[in-house]
Every structure is written in C-alpha cells, then in structure tokens.
Design a protein around this ligand. Structure first.
Ligand code: GLU
Length: 330
C-alpha cells in the first residue's frame, strides 16, 4: 500500500469514527438537559440545599432526562451574576441581593449592568441571620467593638460581604475602620479565627451551620449581637430584613439567645431557562418535600405556601407557577 493510500484509508477510518462519535454525542446531548445550581461554600447551608435538590432531581432522570449538579461557588452575588451571564441555570441568593439585582442597585457589579429584568424567583428556603462570631479573647462584646479588630469581611461575590458593606456604610465605616479587613471565603474563616489570624468572622447563613460549629468547637469563641440604630434603619427601610434570634445553646460558648437581623435564603433563575426544566426542578423539591426537609435541620420549619411568596422580589418563573397552580397553592 502506498503511503498516500494508507493516509487516505486512515483519514476515512478516522472520519467515520468521528462521525459515529458525533452521532452518539448528539443523541446523548439532545436527550439530556443539564441543570447547574450555584450554591456557596462547602461548610454553608446553600451547598446542602443545592446538593439536596440535585439529589431529588437526579432520582427522576430516567423520566425527565434532567441531570442536576450543584457546585460550590462564591455565594449570592456571584450566583446572580453567573445566572445573568448564562454560566449557571439556577442559584441560591439572599433575599436582599435578589431585590437589589432586580433594581440594579447597591453592588458595583449590579449597578454596572442595570436592573436584571430576566431574574426569576423559584422559592425561598431557610432564614439567614447575619451572624458575628468573635474569639473569646478578642475583647469584642457588641457589634460596635468590631472597629479596630481583625475582621473577615468575606470574599467579594458573597452575600455576607455585600450585606456587611451595607451595614458598614450605615455605620460610617470603611475598610480602614478595622485593624485587618480580610477577604477570606466563608469556608476558610473558622480555621483562620482559631489560628488567631482573625478576631471576628461573619456569616449570613442558616443555622445550625457547619462553619460556625467548627469555629465554636475548635477554639473559644462566641456569637455577638448585631443591633443598634444602623441595623434598625436597615430593618425599617427594607421588607426583606427582619429581626432574628440565634437560639442560646445551639453553639458551644453561647448559652443565651443572640439578637441579630436577617433575610431569607432564596432560589433564583433566569426567564431564559425553559419552563419544563424549571417545572421539573420545583416538582422534585415539593413532591418529595418531607424527604427534603429531613436533609438539614435549618429546613425544619419550612412550609410550601410561605416559601412561594416570602422574600421573593423577582417575579416567579412561569415553570414554577405551573406547578404551584397545579398544587392549588396560587
Ligand atoms: N448567604 C451566604 C452568601 O450569600 C451563603 C450562605 C451559605 O452558603 O449557606 O454568601
């Protein structure tokens, strides 16, 4: 066989192999829809929500051909922006950042892009009290004491960071107020606190939270109340903030109730995600609601009628509305 013939034969074989692979690939791809749910850090509660929802969705892949993944992400603001860019289909977001995204307000990335008109709500989940944990030896007893301390503001893109910046601006604080303004991710801060690299960590999160358990059991630390005129002003001027209490005895080192304020964790998507996919995702959650509630203690008090209205400022997605109407919830 001449070299030329050999090459031609090889090319023919190769191209038919490629053709076959392409056909097989196309068949698989057209049969299956992939859904990505953005969460937060792996020691937070968003990660549990996303993983739990995907587990329920994936139990039905044989019937609806949807495959769900819920990777760890930077948190609320990062999720909303990734949905807007089409990099994620759905995601978890604090109710305050859901609202600000619809208005194009309060965060530089939201202001730059303007109102996110295609943002759609699915449902709210657990309450997220704004939680402050200080080392027992830091001298921090109340929120004002954070001034002059080593504080982790959290990573840009997290809802915790965003909300902390809103509080800071009400307090007349900036980064220079603190001895150290760290930008560690939520999952990194408990270790940094216990290694004495920080005095204070912050987390807008459902309770009980793995990260806060870690911080309060690995070293002596306690929850700090978040109160005062600046906080009261945020609550009074925004429906999505309310007073909140973290029960005493939930974490080592804090035996009495801790007063703070908070918002709701919500799940959002884009109007560009198709109705059938959204319908199947909400159906997987609410058809298996008792199973879902058992997956984290923060879900104990949830009930569907509240979840489909509380803390939602973006319009409900049409695919979700279809399911909620079928259930007679609206
Ligand atoms: N609320 C946090 C944020 O938006 C995440 C909380 C969690 O991961 O449970 O950054």
């Amino acid at each position: 066989m001449s070299l030329k013939m050999k090459n031609t034969l090889a090319t023919t074989l190769l191209s038919s192999a490629v053709g076959l692979a392409a056909t097989m690939g196309a068949t698989t791809a057209s049969a299956q829809t992939y859904v990505t749910i953005g969460t937060g850090g792996q020691t937070g509660v968003y990660y549990v929500v996303g993983q739990s929802i995907c587990r329920l969705v994936n139990r039905g892949t044989k019937t609806h051909d949807i495959k769900c993944t819920a990777p760890s992400t930077g948190g609320s603001v990062a999720n909303i922006n990734a949905i807007r860019e089409g990099q994620q289909d759905m995601g978890m977001a604090q109710s305050d950042w859901q609202y600000y995204a619809t208005k194009g307000e309060k965060h530089d990335s939201f202001k730059a892009k303007g109102p996110f008109n295609d943002l759609r709500a699915l449902f709210s989940v657990h309450p997220e009290p704004f939680t402050v944990i200080a080392r027992a030896d830091s001298g921090v007893e109340k929120f004002e004491d954070l001034a002059g301390k080593r504080v982790n503001l959290n990573n840009p893109g997290s809802g915790t960071r965003g909300t902390m910046e809103l509080i800071m601006s009400e307090m007349g604080w900036d980064k220079g107020t603190f001895k150290l303004a760290a930008e560690l991710k939520a999952a990194e801060q408990a270790q940094a606190l216990c290694d004495n690299k920080l005095d204070v960590m912050l987390y807008s999160v459902g309770h009980p939270s793995g990260a806060i358990k870690e911080a309060t059991t690995s070293c002596d630390s306690k929850l700090i109340p978040v109160e005062g005129p600046a906080i009261q002003k945020l609550i009074d001027s925004n429906d999505f903030y309310s007073k909140a209490v973290i029960p005493g005895g939930m974490y080592r080192g804090t035996d009495s109730d801790t007063a703070t304020f908070g918002n709701a964790a919500t799940m959002v998507t884009s109007a560009k995600v198709d109705n059938d996919t959204v319908y199947q995702v909400v159906k997987a959650v609410f058809d298996n609601f008792d199973r879902f509630k058992r997956l984290h203690p923060a879900f104990n008090n949830l009930n569907p009628q509240d979840m489909i209205k509380n803390g939602l400022s973006a319009p409900l997605h049409e695919g979700a509305v279809r399911y909620y109407k079928e259930k007679g919830w609206m």
